[in-house]
Design a protein around this ligand. Sequence first.
Ligand code: FES
Length: 82
Amino acid sequence: MPITITVKVNGPYLIAGDDVAQVRIVDPTGHPLVSAKGSGKTIALCRCGASVTKPFCDGTHSRIGFQGAEEAQRAADTSAPS
Ligand code: FES
């Protein structure tokens, strides 16, 4: 399975795939960042901005009621003149 990044509804960016261990996430200086959590087949990156383990998701999005912009974007796309 190719590595896929899924924008989860009102949640993180989920990186998944058989070779997800090959994904390197680095800081601005190129220093590797390691997630403390994960199944080994997925990496969740924070999209809400509230995680205390950025860039990784720590589940805070659920507690703060994060709302992604997908619905607003979809509505804007469908109402735009063609
Ligand atoms: S998306 Fe999960 S903590 Fe931000």
